[in-house]
Design a protein around this ligand. Structure first.
Ligand code: GN1
Ligand code: MG
Length: 364
């Protein structure tokens, strides 16, 4: 898909040298992301056109990102790390703004690119997944003392699974595209899970779980890994950093990385929860958070995985019913296939919940 005004946007930012080439570089479902090559010997940059249908207040979003990245930079510096490599650095426009606004009112922002890193859509080994667990665990630890209540709520109720379920029920009722009949079984399966939807939000309300700064989109592709050492270097995609529960970040990472297949695999016989991968992630994540994560949180990690998978499945299915208005799709039934995939994973997680609980107990 061609993105209008990319060149104009590239010229607007205060880059070391003029852009010579743009390369699309994201697998995200929401925004458009490009790597900006500014010629040999010059720094590279990342430029993104924000989806303002979804991110309605670009300045509130950028204020969160800057707050969190500045905090991380202080922590990284204190450990002798590289502040330009281990977190995002926002690059301003030539006139000193966080955004370039194109003639159609589109919002563009830029970051320094990070050299010699790779990102994976799906882990192909336990070692790789372990590295991502360490990176996400460290991210949560470094932000443990960040005042979560000062963050703007970019998408209210983002991981409020009960609210997501209520929205889903409204989609089913409206059945805008007349698609509900084709996915009757999936709808019934989703609705049967309603009683457990409030588990995390109730825990936060009652103080059983700490309200923290959470990333909220912890798929492995959001960890940049050093191309030589394989270490998780930098957590990216900070658009929906908001107050939340550690169970969200753990759960979403498991949903993606401990599944035996990618999110849009259509051969459902390949989709399930890999318990070895699950344990691998628990080990790396809890190791980094030792002293910062409570026993209550550790014991609830399996529910985090379960609910994040349910939530993603019902969001894909709801978007299919609504006529594919939220997620970018590559073919007409993409959202339906993604939903089936997630619900298949959920069903396998249901069968393995006891095994997951036994695993987490070992890490108390
Ligand atoms: C969206 O755009 P992307 O791929 O980073 C979505 C996540 C979903 C994910 C499913 C803001 O993330 O919540 O888990 O797709 N982000 C938003 O792959 O809705
Ligand atoms: Mg994202």
């Amino acid at each position: 898909m061609e993105v209008k005004y990319l060149d104009l946007a590239g010229e607007a930012f205060d880059f070391e040298a003029a852009p010579v080439e743009y390369k699309r570089c994201s697998s995200g479902h929401i925004s458009h992301t490009f790597f900006v090559d500014c010629g040999e010997g010059n720094r590279g940059y990342i430029i993104q056109k924000l989806n303002t249908e979804i991110f309605r207040d670009p300045y509130a979003l950028m204020s969160n990102i800057k707050g969190v990245c500045n905090h991380l930079k202080r922590k990284i510096k204190a450990c002798g790390g590289d502040v330009l490599r281990e977190t995002r650095t926002v690059v301003a426009t030539k006139d000193g703004n966080d955004y370039y606004v194109d003639p159609d009112g589109g919002y563009w922002r830029a970051f320094l690119a990070i050299d010699n890193v790779v990102a994976y859509d799906h882990p192909d080994s336990c070692e790789l997944f372990y590295k991502s667990a360490e990176a996400f665990g460290k991210f949560a630890r470094q932000l443990d003392d960040y005042p979560a209540s000062t963050l703007n709520e970019i998408i209210p109720d983002f991981h409020n699974t009960k609210k997501r379920m209520d929205d889903f029920k409204a989609c089913v009722k409206a059945d805008k595209k007349g698609r509900a009949a084709e996915v009757e079984d999936e709808i019934r399966f989703v609705l049967s899970k309603e009683p457990m939807c409030s588990y995390i939000t109730d825990g936060l309300k009652m103080g059983r779980f700490k309200t923290r700064v959470t990333h909220n989109d912890t798929k492995i592709s959001n960890v940049l890994m050093d191309a030589d050492t394989g270490e998780g270097i930098c957590i990216i995609d900070l658009d929906i950093v908001m107050p939340g529960s550690i169970l969200y970040d753990f759960g979403d990472a498991i949903r993606v990385g401990a599944s035996t297949a990618p999110e849009d695999e259509t051969d459902l016989s390949k989709v399930g929860l890999d318990l070895e991968m699950f344990e691998t992630f628990v080990r790396g994540f809890v190791k980094e958070l030792r002293g910062y994560i409570s026993d209550e949180e550790i014991l609830s990690l399996p529910m985090g995985a379960y609910l994040m998978t349910l939530e993603t499945g019902l969001r894909f299915l709801g978007d299919y019913l609504d006529g594919d208005v939220y997620y970018h799709i590559s073919y007409p039934e993409h959202n339906k296939d993604r939903a089936k995939n997630q619900l298949c994973l959920l069903s396998d997680m249901g069968a393995k919940i006891g095994a997951m609980q036994e695993i987490v107990k070992k890490y108390l």
